[in-house]
Write a protein that binds this ligand. Structure first.
Ligand SMILES: [Zn+2]
Length: 573
């Protein structure tokens, strides 16, 4: 492709509203444009990236025996009502009404639709296993769309659904997808880690995420992994063994209310009472589906909202209660809430709190706390669960090795759904004994538009994008420093024709721009290889070959260009 015949609207300035470098680069380098919050248009360069990545996904899914289909984006609400998710999915589901006022759903995922598809037709165990997938646009009504293609309201996904007759066969199908995922991301030039994750809105029996580890601030999710074994989980899911547990008294002491004037924060209370924050318990008021609940975690810990949502079973993620609600429910301003005497509010208590004795809690009274509080004697828990976000330095739940934290971007996920959908939607087959059974299902997603942005977040420098070769829009960009000059133009055109003849994707910057502008744009859009044609080296019959990921420039004989390009591409990621 010649630059003047395609459309690459690069920008000089970084857009102000892009929080991530990858988002900013996609806009600056002319890959995407924003139409509205969380809604993006893919320009020619991005379209090529999407096509290339989709093709890798398609090839590996097909090789794993999955069959490509296309389901509708639009689905009647009834399909979702059958599974029960029309009510439980929450506000992220994009809904519309048709002209007859019938409720419709714009799909974020297709478990219901695919179950409806096979129900009644996939009747015999002899037709199993079956895995159906599609590459399609999805919708999610994000409360706060941000990070460009990372958290959009419309995006492209590969979603696959497996149907199996029993657990053994399902496990084999699940493993096949895991293996295919590693191959897909490897071909896309991305090292990924498979981590345990929360099943979230999918339900089911287990789930994993594939994460690209990034060193920048962009990682939207933390993941924790063990230095000693293969344990890895995202921080919504990760559990741990405490590395440094606090001292616990032998005996329960009498409960005592003490004045703590002006001490409302953890720091203020621990300083005022001269007590370790591990022996102070925070009582945090949340609204779960509009009902107040309280979560109790140690003073040195962070409450994990996903774990709290799972514990209380709410549809929406619980939201922190406002000051007015805290005052109304506890009779005290924010900072003094405590479990003792808190009426009609279920108390979800973290497991570490249960191991404490004689701890400090708020007294539901301004400027007062209780010391020597004890669970069981002074208040009762609705439920004792793990409510805390794991952090680096704690110990691995499997082997007690040290846990390390990294930032990662989720690019794929896999869910063991069990019979959640086949039971609720009554999808059955006949086994070899003529017995009716529910399918065991799995679902498997890959972010087709998100993965390339994750790749940029992983591979870039201050000049622009550095694409891995297999998902780059073009593998090579030819930059004649002066396209008006006849000999440079002739050499550029010849190399362009030769590379295309050799089946290499090549972009020729045939603009009559200054050399500096063209070189800057080449770095910005990030093709893995650049061929620079300048007057001086061309006099000696040579061109310059440079990989985007390196500073080294190789002088190559004009006649050897194709083989030099092929050899260099071979070496690149
Ligand atoms: Zn371990």
């Amino acid at each position: 492709m010649k630059w003047t015949e395609t459309y690459i609207p690069t920008l000089r300035e970084a857009p102000a509203d892009a929080e991530l470098i990858s988002h900013s680069l996609l806009l600056r380098a002319g890959y995407i444009r924003k139409l509205a919050a969380g809604i993006y248009l893919y320009l020619p360069l991005m379209q090529r990236v999407i096509s290339k990545f989709s093709q890798i996904v398609r090839e590996e899914m097909n090789a794993a025996g999955a069959l490509e289909i296309t389901m509708s984006v639009l689905a009647p609400a009834e399909v979702w009502q059958e599974s029960g998710r029309y009510d439980s999915y929450g506000k992220e589901q994009m809904r519309i009404k048709d002209r007859h006022q019938r409720e419709m759903v714009l799909g974020a995922t297709h478990e219901e639709v695919v179950t409806q598809l096979v129900r009644g037709e996939l009747k015999s165990y002899k037709q199993l296993p079956l895995n159906l997938y599609q590459i399609q646009v999805k919708f999610r009504d994000e409360i706060r769309p941000r990070f460009g293609l990372m958290r959009g309201r419309e995006f492209i996904m590969k979603d696959a659904y497996s149907f199996d007759r029993d657990i053994e066969s399902h496990k084999a199908a699940y493993q096949k997808m895991i293996d295919a995922y590693f191959r897909i991301f490897d071909r896309a030039g991305l090292d990924t880690r498979k981590v345990e994750s929360d099943t979230g809105a999918m339900g089911g029996e287990g789930a994993h995420e594939f994460m690209v580890i990034v060193e920048t601030t962009a990682g939207e999710a933390h993941l924790l992994f063990c230095e000693a074994c293969d344990y890895a989980a995202n921080d919504e899911k990760a559990t741990y063994i405490e590395a440094d547990p606090p001292q616990v008294d032998a005996e329960e002491k009498p409960l005592e209310k003490v004045d703590t004037p002006g001490a409302a924060t953890i720091e203020e209370v621990t300083e005022f009472l001269n007590v370790d924050s591990k022996r102070l318990v925070k009582t945090l008021l949340y609204m779960a589906d509009d009902k107040p609940i309280a979560a109790l975690v140690r003073g040195d810990r962070d409450l994990n909202l996903v774990k709290l949502k799972n514990a209380c079973g709410s549809v929406e993620q619980p939201e922190m209660a406002d000051a007015e609600t805290v005052q109304k429910e506890t009779g005290a301003p924010v900072g003094f809430a405590g479990p003792i005497g808190l009426k009609n509010i279920p108390l979800y208590v973290d497991q570490e709190v249960v191991r404490l004795k004689n701890f400090v809690v708020g007294a539901n009274q301004k400027d007062a706390h209780y010391i020597n509080a004890n669970i069981g004697r002074d208040f009762k828990a609705a439920e004792v669960v793990d409510l805390v976000t794991a952090v680096e330095g704690e110990l691995c739940p499997k082997c007690k090795g040290k846990l390390k934290a990294r930032k990662g971007i989720e690019v794929g996920n896999t869910f063991m759904l069990g019979t959640k959908y086949s039971e609720s939607m009554n999808a059955t087959f006949l086994d070899e004994n003529g017995r009716e059974r529910n399918f065991i299902m799995g679902s498997y997603g890959i972010g087709i538009t998100r993965t390339p942005q994750a790749a940029i977040e992983r591979y870039h420098d201050d000049k622009g994008i550095i694409w891995p070769k297999n998902i780059a829009p073009y593998q090579v960009e030819i930059v004649p420093l002066n396209y008006k000059q006849d000999d440079l133009k002739a050499a550029a055109d010849q190399i362009y024709a030769d590379l295309r003849g050799a089946g290499i994707d090549v972009l020729l910057d045939d603009r009559l721009e200054r050399a500096g502008v063209k070189l800057n744009d080449a770095d910005l859009i990030g093709c893995p290889l650049r061929i620079t044609i300048g007057a001086k080296s061309l006099k000696e019959g040579k061109i310059e070959l440079k990989a985007r990921c390196s500073d080294e420039v190789e002088l190559v004989d004009l006649t050897q260009t194709v083989s030099a390009v092929q050899a260099t591409l071979e070496r690149l990621k």
